[in-house]
Write a protein that binds this ligand. Structure first.
Ligand code: PXP
Length: 237
């Protein structure tokens, strides 16, 4: 079974645009779980432009599914993830000024750093996932860090899908087979949406989890959060 983790950063962005507490990030997270999401993802950035450090502390006791915290493993980020004891941490190579994640790790160049960071999280009992492009060398490199899982960066799939779906999904299928052979769990995310998710899920084996934010929250404007989550879940069946 592939689980759906809803990334609620966009809710925080909307809230922050006005000050105050509308929409209420905590309430949305609780409702996502009530509506069937099997996880909540947040990406606290150093400038706190969407999810804030305090949100992470406020959310933690209410996440009875899986709390996945993604971000660049700066010392502050590592301390935060360990302090709240997230269920899973997804390591992304973004710098602080990036609009959104736009590349996976070079797991060979950053081997020593990733290995050390993964070991710290594992010692704290937190499952680790490393964000990578669907490239064999990067997946082999991820394995060498000791990580539990990888997260496949799906933007290239989403871009090519409308033109040539089979060609778009091919590297992801191969990557998933390799990762599974290596004993790694497999997550995926970025630009997955209601149009491409079913195809992705039907063609990529051993998919443990998808993490979806932007498109899901945008769809919720029209369909409502409950219907939207249920639609996304049905794409994963
Ligand atoms: N995975 C990672 C590592 C991300 O940085 C993001 C965006 O925050 C996502 C998944 C979700 O992407 P999207 O918002 O396009 O669904």
């Amino acid at each position: 079974m592939t689980t759906l983790s809803v990334n609620i950063n966009k809710i925080a962005t909307l809230r922050n645009s006005r000050g105050g507490n509308t929409p209420n990030v905590l309430e949305v997270a609780i409702n996502c779980q009530k509506f069937g999401a099997q996880g909540i993802t947040v990406h606290p950035r150093p400038d706190e432009r969407h999810i804030r450090k305090q949100d992470v502390f406020d959310l933690r006791p209410h996440i009875n599914t899986e709390l996945n915290i993604e971000g660049y493993p700066s010392p502050e980020f590592i301390d935060l993830v360990i302090a709240v004891k997230a269920h899973q941490v997804t390591l992304v190579p973004d710098d602080a000024s990036q609009l959104t994640s736009d590349h996976g790790w070079d797991t060979i160049k950053h081997h020593a750093f990733l290995k050390e960071v993964v070991a710290r999280f594992k010692a704290a009992g937190i499952r680790t996932s490393i964000f990578v492009d669907p490239v064999a060398a990067m997946i082999n490199g991820a394995k060498e860090t000791g990580t539990n899982r990888i997260e496949l960066y799906t933007e290239s799939f989403a871009k090519l899908y409308p033109v040539d779906p089979l060609r778009a999904v091919a590297p992801f299928k191969e990557s998933a087979l390799l990762a599974h052979q290596l004993g790694l769990g497999i997550n995926a995310g970025h630009d997955l949406n209601m149009k491409n998710l079913r195809f992705f899920s039907d063609h990529v084996p051993f998919l443990d989890e998808v993490s979806i934010g932007h498109a899901l929250i945008a769809d919720a404007l029209y369909l409502g959060l409950k219907n939207t989550i249920q639609e996304y879940l049905s794409c994963l069946k």
